[in-house]
Design a protein around this ligand. Structure first.
Ligand code: C2E
Ligand code: CA
Ligand code: CA
Length: 830
């Protein structure tokens, strides 16, 4: 036997530093403690995610008592041990915890019986020898100490009498008998009644000794070791680890730890103090110390003479102060209200994996005595547990941090924003305050990324987030929800304030940014949803702010827009309608009507304008002013424009065959169709297919083509002109008319917008403008066509001003293709 007096605490401490392996229901390792790292010669990173069977052969989702185990270490060496598995449940998830302790090496073989006898007399393990009938023939002093109540041993007591009787475990007596009958060894942890009547836990191994030749049972030897203390420590470990696996809050775990330790070490009060990032103490648990003490300790800086804990944390080694009243370490802390009766303090630093002191574990003694071996033992186990708990919480915090922060800008990410919004909403509800959710989206950010590269894009995002952050009050939150989208949450904020903030944010974003030696000017759009007007829960508010920012973009960028229910309805309606429109386009259910354009000088036909019409089986007649913008928004406009070109060409060919004399058809094209330039090939193809001259077709574009910054738009216009197809500038005078742009585009015709007609007769300004437009047209060699002419007076005035042609209800509404022939005939007849 290798036991001696000094050995016991050491062996127990080895148990206190029991290796712990967490694994999940897939039998994958989720955590190992430092002791386990040492045991297997692995670090945690190497162990996590492995099948638990790699570490503990045969372990799985089955709780078990202690089972023998042979461990293969990382370096190939082997260690014998014992493993037990516990199951823990948390939020419907099951975890398993395996506790592994290496067993001691097999007994040293000694040469002489005399030595053995001497060992038996000296060892602290109880040794009991019985003959083949179970009659006790020898009990060593340790056994008598451990279990004997001091009275004389009765003559010829049997093992059965001993265990059933004064040791109070009949069951174990049966087990011994069974081992003797079957000639097998037995190893078991059992509870026995100790000499003071208290329960004593022992680890017992019973070995039958047989005659080598005959195999006849000669003796039986029982060796028992007192494991009461390790058993208690194990219980404590199990409880704390169970709480950890169940994700109990840090304060609860620390509290359990303190209380349990106090239970194991009477006369000592326990505290656990954390060490903050700025090296100050913070009370994690001190359940039995008075509140004034905790309050006084909270926030004290650690240092070379900072009481017991502050010094232990500073030095990284245990600090024992036997007399607080006179200790120089407590010099500066005499006014800390030490609880009455407390005279000494022993503080042990708790270190994390990297060696950093994260906490101190301290005992306050009521009677002057230092750490006993038992207390050292408990502390060793507990500071490991404490480190384990702190590491888990640190890891959890780190993971949460990573999960909640946008790594590029350091702002809150979507997840975090959601959580904060929930919190702010609770506050807003309780205080009955409004709350604003602002969605900010950078305009044309994709272009920046594409043209200047992603690193410039990133730089811009970082700068924008800095500016946004600088604009907010404390308590308000800004975060990035992805790409170029930012979310700003403003508490206690009315609509007016939200508008003010939005304007300010837009202004700040718009200030030039220097990135890669370029001075860039960004703009953004903001959508605003308000609590409680636009929604009362986070999801609704976010959705509505998102809708509002799209509306802001639609209205022209660099603006903010509020969400309204009406807006929401419109969005939904548009969505439904867009689906129907897509179908109508696919089914070729759109048709064209044609509005005659009349030469004001002769009354002859100048041309006709093709206008799209859509009659939907459910939505009825949908006006072009509704479905054309919808098509632009939902990416359907190019197919409409291509279809209109093709249908118009086909119609001209038909008229030619029928002898209906239409000089040309004017087709409306969206600015969006100018971006890809595909329309050019389409036009030339249709002209070829129907054998038409380029002059048979005319295209109408709006000033939006010039506004569109897209690099292809001008080229497309020039290519169309190069085909010989003339281009008319539609709605002239409504937008941001730029004469220079007008001269840059190959325009052959100007169409004066209908809005002029409404006031042209009465309003001098409107007349002056119309006059100017007509002159400009003339001077640039363009024909001028007036739209929306409804009265004879308007027509007369236009003719007087020198306007070329006019279209409008005065002459004709847009009419079906088949009716153009009869309209022309009627007009000639009239
Ligand atoms: P627009 O090109 O300015 O077309 C003229 C609009 O004024 C037409 O409306 C026409 O019906 C209307 N109009 C004509 N004369 C009068 C009048 O005397 N008084 C009044 N009050 N209105 C008159 P519509 O057909 O609803 O088209 C609206 C807009 O939709 C068009 O404006 C055009 O921009 C667009 N659009 C129509 N068809 C197409 C198409 O096939 N492709 C594209 N891209 N846009 C189209
Ligand atoms: Ca037009
Ligand atoms: Ca027009």
């Amino acid at each position: 036997m290798d036991g001696n007096m000094a050995d016991r605490p050491a062996a127990a401490r080895a148990q206190g530093r029991e290796a712990v392996v967490f694994f999940d229901t897939n039998n994958l390792v989720t955590f190992i403690n430092t002791a386990a790292e040492r045991l297997w010669g692995l670090n945690e990173g190497e162990a996590i995610g492995r099948p638990v069977g790699d570490l503990i052969p045969g372990a799985g989702g089955q709780p078990s008592g202690e089972l023998p185990l042979s461990i293969t270490r990382h370096d190939g060496s082997r260690v014998e041990g014992l493993v037990s598995v516990t199951r823990a449940k948390h939020k419907r998830e099951t975890y398993y915890i395996a506790f592994v302790r290496p067993t001691l090496n097999p007994p040293v073989h000694t040469k002489s019986l005399a030595i053995l006898a001497a060992v038996a007399e000296k060892t602290d393990r109880g040794v009991l020898v019985a003959d083949a009938h179970g009659k006790v023939i020898y009990a060593n002093p340790a056994f008598r100490d451990m279990l004997d109540d001091g009275t004389e041993w009765p003559e010829s007591v049997t093992l059965a009498e001993l265990f059933c009787g004064r040791l109070g475990n009949a069951c174990f007596a049966d087990h011994i008998q069974d081992a003797m009958d079957r000639r097998i060894a037995l190893s078991e942890d059992v509870a026995l009644k100790g000499n003071t009547g208290m329960e004593v836990w022992v680890s017992a191994s019973v070995t039958p000794i047989m005659d080598r030749q005959t195999g006849v049972l000669e003796q039986v030897v029982a060796v028992v070791a007192d494991i009461t203390h390790t058993r208690l420590v194990e219980d404590l470990q199990r409880q704390v680890l169970g709480a950890l696996a169940a994700d109990a809050p840090m304060a609860d775990i620390m509290d359990i730890l303190c209380r349990k330790v106090q239970g194991l070490a009477p006369n000592a009060l326990c505290s656990i103090l954390g060490v903050t990032a700025d090296d100050r103490l913070t009370v994690l648990a001190a359940p039995s110390l008075p509140a004034e003490f905790s309050a006084a300790v909270e926030g004290l800086p650690i240092g070379p003479r900072s009481g017991s804990c502050g010094t232990a944390a500073f030095r990284g080694t245990p600090v024992l102060v036997e007399d607080i009243a006179t200790s120089p370490l407590w010099e500066d802390f005499r006014d800390i209200p030490i609880p009455p009766g407390i005279t000494g303090c022993w503080s042990i630093p708790v270190k994390l994996r990297g060696g950093k002191v994260a906490a101190t574990f301290a005992f306050y003694f009521q009677t002057a005595h230092g750490p006993t071996p038992w207390l050292e033992n408990v502390v060793a186990a507990c500071s490991d547990l404490c480190a384990l708990a702190l590491e888990r919480f640190e890891a959890k915090k780190r993971i949460e941090m990573l999960a909640n922060v946008d790594t590029l800008t350091g702002l809150a990410n979507r997840r975090q924003l959601h959580a904060v919004l929930e919190e702010l909403l609770v506050e807003a509800r309780t205080l009955e305050q409004p709350l604003a959710v602002l969605y900010l989206d950078i305009d044309h950010f994709k272009d920046v990324n594409e043209t200047l590269g992603h690193s410039t894009g990133d730089q811009l995002l970082v700068e924008v987030s800095r500016r946004l952050k600088a604009q907010l009050r404390t308590g308000d939150v800004v975060g990035r929800t992805g790409g170029d989208e930012f979310l700003v949450l403003v508490h206690d904020c009315t609509a007016e304030e939200a508008a003010r903030i939005a304007r300010r944010l837009l202004e700040y974003v718009a200030a030039p940014i220097t990135a890669q030696a370029l001075h860039l000017t960004m703009s953004a759009s903001v959508g605003i949803a308000l609590y409680p007007d636009h929604g009362t829960d986070a999801e609704t508010l976010l959705k509505h702010a998102d809708t509002a920012v799209h509306e802001a973009k639609r209205k022209g960028r660099g603006k903010f827009h509020f969400f309204t229910e009406e807006l929401n309805r419109r969005v939904l309606d548009r969505l439904v309608l867009s689906v129907a429109l897509r179908e109508a386009i696919q089914n070729r259910a759109l048709r064209l009507v044609y509005q005659p354009q009349v030469l004001l000088s002769s009354g002859a036909l100048h041309g006709v304008e093709a206008l799209a019409r859509w009659t939907d089986p459910i939505h009825g007649d949908v006006p072009a002013t509704r479905f054309i913008p919808l098509a632009e928004e939902y990416g359907l406009i190019e197919s409409i424009d291509e279809w209109a070109v093709e249908a118009s060409c086909q119609r001209i060919a038909t008229w030619r065959q029928e002898g209906v004399d239409v000089p040309h058809v004017s087709v409306n094209l969206s600015p969006l169709s100018f971006r890809s330039g595909d329309i050019v090939g389409f036009i030339s193809g249709a002209l070829r297919e129907y054998d038409l001259k380029p002059s048979d077709l005319r295209v109408e574009i709006t000033e939006r083509v010039m506004m569109d910054q897209h690099p292809n738009s001008f080229a497309t216009a020039r290519a169309i002109e190069a085909l010989g197809v003339r281009i008319a500038m539609d709605d002239f005078g409504t937008g941001y008319s730029s004469l220079s742009a007008l001269s840059r585009l190959p325009i052959a015709e100007l169409k004066i917008d209908r809005s002029f007609m409404l006031s042209i007769e009465q309003d001098q300004n409107a007349q002056a403008l119309a006059t100017a437009v007509i002159r400009i047209g003339h001077s640039l060699g363009m024909t001028v066509v007036a739209e929306g002419v409804e009265t004879q007076a308007q027509a007369d005035l236009l003719r007087f001003l020198g306007c070329h042609a006019a279209q409008g209800f005065l002459f004709a509404r847009p009419i079906e293709a088949a009716d153009i022939g009869s309209w022309l005939a009627a007009r000639r007849a009239g």
